[in-house]
Design a protein around this ligand. Structure first.
Ligand code: ADP
Ligand code: MG
Length: 729
């Protein structure tokens, strides 16, 4: 252990906030300063090269190898003015973090000279020796190479002295080994499907972009205390710890004034983020003590994903400068709120319109209704896949707990929109709607956003909620790469929109008028997706029963949830839109299962280690001092007095013995269960075994350790306690 608990506490109490030197420029002036964005490109690139990059960004065209050279050279010149000496391809392997390998711009040659080496070839493609990244068996060792390829839709940036070039990461044989590749494909499928549907309403739309605004929750813990908790260091969460007498029950932290040290950290990382073009805007305290949130202005989905990955990295680095550790784990503390990452999602057109924003005209509102109902239908038809997209060992602790969305997928629409859908269902059913009725319905929708945006009709317990002009996928975990859930959401909506167009066109072919055809198809979807709609309290026990009655899944654990990734339905969905092949999906499924197993395995080992070598020895030491005390009492007291006064000590001694015995037995049994699980070669069976037979010991071991925490002399307890971790400022 790096620090004794009390030394760690002393260190914390003596800290003063790190003085942040704020840039003298206005924040708007430093925004994007370290990004090779449109302005920098215009300045550094030739006319041809600039056009070529722009069309790659806007239309997804390939960049000709011939212009790659001048682009690389311009990028390097620009990066040098920012102090960059190295470059790296920056990518998002399935480890969940980002990866980079830095190369110097120059290369030494004979005679002690050096040449500059960063051309088009280096920009466009690299071959990292990536055999140690998760690949789910896709890359056999003989074809261990993978390559990274430049993604021009996300601009290059400089961090420190390194030029970072966002890239995709694929196997030598072409299969995706990262989060970005399938996301880009899903986004392009969505673009095409949505543009086609837009033609019913507005012929000027030629591009539809999915937009994403995430809200990142996190905890800040002092580094000295963090270092004194091996469980936090190794697993990102506390495996033991009795809840402190004061937790979040007074609700005094939420939106309260931000503590000075935390505020200094925020100012510092926000400046770093702004320089990187991440439009961070909102910051506030969250519900739990020492829990905070950061949210940016929304952006194009792929860019927003990159920016969230970058943000987590920047936060981690800057936190260390402030003697903090930034925890993005979904559930660092039992009994205290966990952290999520709400994904606000919508669709924007190149005509500047938000397709999920009802407007003032009937036509706009029919368009809105179309995208709205299709999204609900897509989620209804793919609820299990949506659940799978947010499944992780960490998130299992949070989902279904009384503070986070349940593991049951449902959609919240708000009472106004619900009644619009009910209305539409009833009226279209009873024959043709009169033109007046249609207009009235469409106009009625126009009044809804003000009400919804007004916050009065919002439900906080739904995993997927409509919030006025966007959907909010709230079940996403705080440490997740948003690309996972965003790939799924964009893919299922793309698929649904294609189906919608087919359905409407076939009615039009039968001479049904366009508006009427749209209404009829929407009505059909409203009926078919009814059971996914839920406006009540998602945290309540009644909802679990009601959901079961409706036939909705309630998949509680990750190994079970992941199954939806390899269902026939998902396989064919991703194949159909060329997002992932069956092989890629199977590989990914295996990787997710393996990751789950490894996480539980590590937690189980750390737990056993802490229990056996930290907790039990401390308990025994304290128990010995009690025994010594009893001996002394016996010596100095009369037998009658001892009978009266010695009982408490004797009871404590046996209570401690009981806890020690149970902890020891359970740790032994858990270790045996682990051995058995380790011998299983099938990845799915192994993950399920880890979930059902190993993880099941966590609660009981923790219960007894936490009881000991209350019994043992505070001075001897080895681990910083919850009240110290969460309240020492
Ligand atoms: P809250 O939900 O906390 O009340 P807001 O409604 O202001 O806050 O927005 C929360 C998040 O939603 C922000 O990150 C914002 O960027 C994002 N957001 C707003 N509009 C859109 C949109 N059209 N597409 C995607 N995200 C959006
Ligand atoms: Mg929100």
């Amino acid at each position: 252990m790096a620090f004794h608990r009390f030394k760690a506490l002393e260190t914390v109490l003596s800290r003063t906030p790190v003085n942040v030197i704020m840039p003298s420029n206005k924040l708007s002036e430093i925004f994007g300063a370290n990004v090779f964005g449109i302005d920098a490109m215009r300045e550094y690139l030739t006319e041809d090269a600039f056009k070529s990059v722009l069309s790659a960004i806007q239309e997804g065209t390939r960049i000709d190898r011939k212009v790659a050279d001048p682009i690389a050279s311009a990028m390097k010149s620009w990066a040098s003015t920012k102090g960059a000496t190295h470059y790296t391809h920056w990518f998002q392997p399935l480890t969940g973090t980002t990866a980079e390998k830095h190369d110097a711009f120059f290369e030494p040659t004979e005679g002690g000279r050096a040449i500059e080496r960063f051309g088009g070839a280096q920009l466009v493609q690299q071959e990292p020796d990536a055999s140690s990244f998760p690949n789910g068996g896709i890359r056999n060792t003989f074809e261990a190479r993978g390559y990274t390829a430049w993604d021009p839709t996300s601009p290059a940036f400089v961090i420190g002295t390194t030029l970072c070039i966002p890239t995709i990461f694929v196997a030598y044989t072409g299969e995706a080994l990262d989060y970005k590749t399938p996301l880009l494909k899903a986004l392009s499928a969505l673009d095409k499907a949505a543009v086609d549907v837009c033609q019913y309403f507005d012929k000027n739309v030629t591009k539809v972009t999915a937009t994403l605004g995430w809200e990142q929750e996190y905890f800040l813990i002092d580094e000295a205390l963090y270092n004194a908790r091996p469980d936090l260091v190794m697993t990102g969460r506390t495996l033991f710890g009795h809840s402190s007498a004061k937790g979040q029950q007074l609700e005094d932290h939420y939106f309260g004034s931000i503590p000075e040290r935390a505020a200094a950290f925020m100012r510092d990382y926000e400046v770093e983020c702004l320089k990187l073009g991440i439009p961070v805007k909102t910051r506030h305290n969250e519900v739990a003590p020492n829990q905070f949130e950061c949210a940016p202005v929304f952006e194009e989905c792929n860019l927003a994903v990159d920016h969230n990955q970058l943000l987590m990295d920047v936060m981690d680095k800057v936190a260390r400068r402030h003697n903090f550790r930034c925890l993005v784990h979904e559930k660092p503390f039992a009994g205290v709120n966990g952290s999520g990452k709400h994904n606000n999602w919508s669709l924007g057109t190149d005509t500047g319109k938000n397709l999920l924003s009802p407007g003032k005209t009937p036509k706009t509102n029919l368009k809105f209704l179309t995208f709205f109902v299709n999204t609900v239908k897509a989620v209804h038809d793919n609820a299990d896949l949506m659940r799978a997209s947010i499944a992780s060992a960490n998130n299992d602790h949070r989902l279904g707990a009384n503070e986070a969305p349940p593991a049951i997928m449902s959609v919240f629409l708000g009472s106004q929109l619900s009644s619009v859908l009910d209305d539409l269902e009833a009226k279209v059913k009873s024959g043709k709607m009169s033109p007046d009725e249609k207009t009235a319905l469409k106009l009625g929708i126009g009044k809804i956003p003000d009400i919804l945006l007004d916050n009065t009709d919002r439900n906080r317990t739904s995993p997927f909620a409509f919030t006025g002009n966007k959907f909010e996928f709230r079940a996403v975990g705080s440490s997740a790469n948003c690309a996972g859930p965003m790939t799924v959401l964009n893919a299922i909506v793309a698929d649904q929109l294609i189906l919608f167009k087919k359905d409407v066109d076939s009615l039009i072919a039968k001479d049904v008028e366009k508006d009427e055809a749209i209404f009829q198809v929407l009505r059909k979807y409203i009926v078919e997706s009814k059971k996914i709609r839920f406006e009540g309290n998602g945290y309540g026990e009644e909802w679990v029963k009601e959901a079961e009655k409706r036939g909705l899944s309630n998949i509680k654990t990750t190994p079970q949830a992941l199954g939806a990734f390899v269902s026939k339905q998902t396989m064919s969905l991703f194949e159909r839109h060329n997002i992932m092949s069956e092989r890629e999906q199977h590989a990914r499924y295996d990787i997710y299962l393996e990751t789950y197993t490894k996480k539980i395995q590590i937690e189980s080992r750390i737990m056993a280690d802490l229990a056996m070598s930290h907790i039990i020895p401390t308990a025994i030491k304290y128990q010995s001092s009690l025994i010594e005390n009893v001996r002394g009492l016996k010596e100095i007291m009369s037998e009658a007095d001892f009978k009266k006064s010695g009982q408490i000590q004797l009871a404590m001694i046996s209570e401690i013995s009981d806890h020690i015995n149970i902890i020891k037995t359970k740790v032994y049994e858990m270790t045996e269960a682990r051995k058995k699980a380790n011998a299983i070669s099938d990845v799915k069976k192994q993950a399920i075994d880890y979930c059902d037979k190993v993880k099941s010991y966590f609660d009981i071991i923790r219960y007894h350790v936490d009881k000991l925490e209350l019994l043992i002399d505070d001075e001897n307890w080895p681990l910083p306690k919850y009240r110290e971790l969460l309240f020492t400022k």
